[in-house]
Design a protein around this ligand. Structure first.
Ligand code: NAD
Length: 253
């Protein structure tokens, strides 16, 4: 299936996890890729594998926390590929050396940095790429959010706040650009596996899922790829849960 043939996609934090799963689905569908990560080995390994699908893949090593890097990334990717049609605004989480803490005890500089990583990085990329999408009357954007945005998270208020701000950005900007051929959605991820999670924590999250199991990375990648595809042409301004039902908790044991 080549539903992304002729399309160019930019994916942040693509080296592993959700970003790698999304990039893989896009490559399988024939998209050319501009991939970003801070980890050179992960980035190059993934790119080498995805080139096996016969698509052009460029790699862009750097941190989305740096405004100058984002500007250079967009310029380099646009020069290499001609244009960007699809944006998987995926990188997020916690910046290095920035502990999560209960709000009252938190270092406010850390609060600000975590919020920034989960909101301003994605907002800046969208801001940089949107004018070209509007001009060409084609664009698909997915901003990766979390169940923490809608449920709240102890010791994760900065993360949850940054992610929820994404929802407001998406629903607002969508109204401005849908008539210009650009779809923008957020995805509310719940329960993807993560290497940093303890087995006990993972088991707790799995019990909350309606499926009693963790989501597979490819399940998240496929759903994000769907929202980046023309099959989702009438979906915009939404915050779509991909969470195994986690935000609709089971009331019975
Ligand atoms: N895994 C989860 O439990 C979970 C839950 C909800 C939402 N999310 C969201 O999903 C997205 C992806 O998370 P994941 O689980 O795949 O994480 P991950 O840690 O598995 O992968 C993140 C990738 O991003 C890269 N990265 C980290 N900082 C970066 C930076 N500043 N610039 C560029 N790349 C950077 C890392 O090197 C890594 O390859 C994030 O926005 C996260 O908030 C994850």
């Amino acid at each position: 299936m080549s539903r992304f043939a002729g399309k160019v996609a930019l994916v942040t934090g693509a080296g592993r996890g959700i970003g790698a799963a999304t990039a893989t689905e896009l490559a399988k569908g024939g998209a050319a890729l501009a991939l970003n990560d801070v980890d050179a080995d992960r980035l190059e390994d993934l790119a080498a594998g995805l080139r096996g699908h016969g698509v052009k893949v460029t790699t862009h090593l750097g941190s989305v926390m740096e405004e100058d890097f984002i500007r250079a990334f967009v310029d380099d990717a646009t020069t290499a590929h001609g244009r960007i049609d699809l944006l998987a605004n995926n990188a997020g989480g916690g910046p290095p050396m920035t502990p999560w803490a209960e709000f009252a005890q938190s270092d406010f500089a850390h609060f600000r940095a975590i919020f920034e990583m989960n909101f301003f990085t994605q907002a800046q990329l969208l801001h940089a790429l949107l004018p070209g999408m509007v001009e060409r009357r084609y664009g698909k954007v997915v901003c990766v959010s979390s169940i923490s945005a809608v449920l709240g998270q102890e010791s994760g208020s900065a993360y949850a706040s940054g992610k929820l701000a994404l929802h407001a950005l998406v629903s607002s900007v969508s109204k401005e650009v849908a008539r210009h051929g650009v779809n923008i959605n957020a995805v509310i991820l719940g329960n993807p596996p993560h290497p940093s999670r303890t087995p006990d924590r993972q088991a707790y999250l799995d019990r909350l899922s309606h499926f009693d199991r963790v989501g597979r990375l490819e399940e998240f990648g496929k759903a994000i790829a769907f929202l980046l595809s023309d099959d989702a042409s009438y979906i915009s301004g939404a915050a779509v849960p991909i969470d195994g039902g986690l935000i609709a908790p089971r009331l019975n044991e």
